[in-house]
Ligand binder design. Sequence first.
Ligand code: SF4
Length: 350
Amino acid sequence: MTVKIDTERVFNLIEEKRPSRIVINAPGGLLLQTMDLMKAVERKYGVQCVLVGDSCFGICDTVDNEVEKLGATMALHIGHNATVQTVGDYTYLVDAKDDVKFETVVQRSIPMLSKYKRIGLATFSQHLDELEPVKRQLEGAGFEVYLGRKNSLLLASQTFGCDFSTVFENTEKVDAFCYLGQSEFHAVGVALATGKPTFLLDPYMEEMRDMRAEAEERQKRAILAVYKALDARVFGVVTGLKEGQIMTARSKWITGRLEANGKKVVQLAIRDITPDRLAQYTHVEAFVQTACPRISIDGYTFKKPVLSIPQADALVGLLEGREIKDFLHRPKWIELVVGQIPRAQVVVSR
Ligand code: SF4
């Protein structure tokens, strides 16, 4: 039961591209394995690796822009895979897979799932290989099982914390979703985006957890923040500076709508949008941030409303006399730009 980085891919890339120096980043949970990988690369190829220590939560947190600044010729982004294999000019995505099996937790969950006939499966990068075995096991127990279709960014049934487009398509076909893994964060996202009962199948605790109460709680908070922002006179519209989250067009559109509705707007750009960073803008009464939507939907520590893109859309609707609808029910909460950046022809030499 360990998460293993795809070292073979890294070695093959180094042999093919012959980088002079490598920039690496990885999510917090994979830092030890990543540092082992760096040592292995340095030992085997004599190539220096630099680990970027800024926060790394998702596939949007690539560090392509740091490569030239750090005198490197390649970047490796560990632990978040997708349909695309490369990002920007220098970055290669490298898988990290968890070899934990789901057989026991699925077996234990079957009696509790029995009132649902049609089950949709979803998971995140590390457990994608387990989708087919779980599907077969559930089908063997009499369920109809649906996987989400691969698309231009996500692999089959894969979700990110802000993009549920693969499984969203199955919303009407299924009675409930099962999310493979230990990540309540991802499972709650599916529950909120689809509005369907969603259960986390945790292979480590060997238990099934119902995500409905958590999803409902977050939804209530998200709605409350929209209504609180309604009376604000001065807004901060924050564009995120992380590579995969830069939504300048959305920031401009939202600014335009707020101003058209009599609000004053100050435009900000921030890499890590935290309560501390926002606290210094004392004259701002509410924020809209067009970066990671989960900062708003899961971030309970902000003192003022901090709206994500779907919440901002709902706010604009209210200001313009439309009803607030199920604004979180959508396939994506943000249009990540990962993989949309054209890759330049880079000649890398040692
Ligand atoms: S923007 Fe999406 S992929 Fe990036 S950290 Fe947030 S939820 Fe994850």
